[in-house]
Design a protein around this ligand. Structure first.
Ligand SMILES: NC(=O)C1=CN([C@@H]2O[C@H](COP(=O)(O)OP(=O)(O)OC[C@H]3O[C@@H](n4cnc5c(N)ncnc54)[C@H](OP(=O)(O)O)[C@@H]3O)[C@@H](O)[C@H]2O)C=CC1
Ligand SMILES: O=C(O)[C@@H]1CCC=N1
Length: 301
């Protein structure tokens, strides 16, 4: 257990995907994992799937039981969680945030400027060890911290390689392509299958062909290293079916639609960041008000 115990604050879709991937890869054993969430709607099925997982009662419990703590809550919940755990976070803890939009600097501002923070943007194919994503180290994260996180995510990728390390300023773009990307590609797969059904195929055959075709095309890009346009040319026989379909795609603006989807998702990261900042202001104001009320009560007593 070179990585120490790993905790998850938030046990939803992304936490579940990471945990499933690790356990199937043998990277982490369930007894090294500690999770928590306000309700049991996600923790209960995880505990049923992996009985050796510890389900902690509170967010503070997770911090006290773990050396690496994943912040796997929605971005606007981060300041609320941070306020609960910050007095228990020590220099021995490595905090890993997967929240879209929230920067490492923001998480440091929430938890204290000395906190060791690494930001990761993964995607749900982690569950089947086909992750695409990137990491970014905060101002107190050492190269060893980044390596630790990369070593945890390498077994979650199809080829076992570590995610790229990128500046925090590029993480919104990573989110647009990789974090949100599965949803875009799944929409494409569904549409391909619809096209197959329109052309007469039974749904189950059309759906399988569409998914296999996307996987095959993706593998061609990754395994040959060739430009997608060169690989596409090899499919387009002059005057044939494919170039006729490619023309239809261009007529209907597929390329612009996809660029716009990635750009919109990346831009939304900035909005989520602003929301997290607003929540941080509210949380700090509430803390100050509580401290002032408590000081006034002590003075009265
Ligand atoms: N889904 C995705 O594809 C990706 C998501 N992300 C990021 O991962 C993060 C989680 O997203 P996702 O897993 O989809 O979201 P989910 O809604 O599936 O999970 C959120 C989890 O946070 C828990 N939670 C809510 N409030 C608190 C709190 N105060 N304290 C502790 N836990 C709390 C929820 O509890 P409960 O179980 O009771 O509902 C739930 O387990 C987000 O920041 C998102 O940006 C990043 C990459 C991809
Ligand atoms: O939709 C979202 O905000 C999250 C982040 C990336 C994927 N899902």
């Amino acid at each position: 257990m070179a990585h120490g115990r790993i905790g998850f604050i938030g046990a939803g879709k992304m936490a579940t995907a990471i945990i499933r991937g690790w356990i199937s890869a043998g990277t982490v054993v369930a007894s090294d994992l500690c999770i928590t969430a306000p309700s049991d709607r996600n923790t209960r099925p995880l505990k049923e799937e992996f009985p050796d997982i510890t389900v902690a009662k509170t967010n503070v419990d997770v911090v006290q039981r773990s050396t690496i703590v994943f912040l796997a809550v929605k971005p606007h919940i981060l300041p609320i969680v941070a306020a609960q755990i910050k007095s228990r976070v020590t220099p021995a803890h490595l905090l890993v945030t997967i929240a879209a939009g929230a920067t490492t600097a923001q998480v440091e501002a929430m938890l204290g400027p000395a906190t060791r923070v690494v930001r990761v943007m993964p995607n749900t194919p982690c569950a089947i060890r086909c992750n695409a994503g990137a990491v970014s180290g905060g101002s107190n994260a050492s190269p060893a911290d980044i390596e630790t996180v990369c070593n945890l995510f390498a077994p979650l990728s199809a080829d076992g390689t570590a995610p790229d390390s990128v500046p925090d300023s590029l993480m919104d773009a990573v989110t647009g392509v990789a974090g949100s990307g599965p949803a875009f590609v799944l929409t494409f797969i569904e549409a391909m299958a619809d096209g197959g059904v329109y052309a007469g195929l039974p749904r189950h055959i059309a759906a399988k062909l569409a998914a296999q075709t996307v996987m095959g095309a993706a593998k061609l890009v990754l395994e040959t290293g060739e430009h997608p346009a060169a690989l596409r040319d090899a499919v387009c026989s002059p005057g044939g079916t494919t170039i006729t379909g490619v023309r239809a795609l261009e007529t209907h603006g597929l390329r612009n639609a996809v660029i716009s989807a990635v750009a919109a998702a990346a831009e939304k990261g900035g909005h989520l960041r602003a929301q997290a900042d607003e929540q941080l202001k509210r949380t700090l104001a509430a803390e100050e008000a509580a401290a002032a009320a408590s000081a006034a009560a002590s003075a009265d007593a």
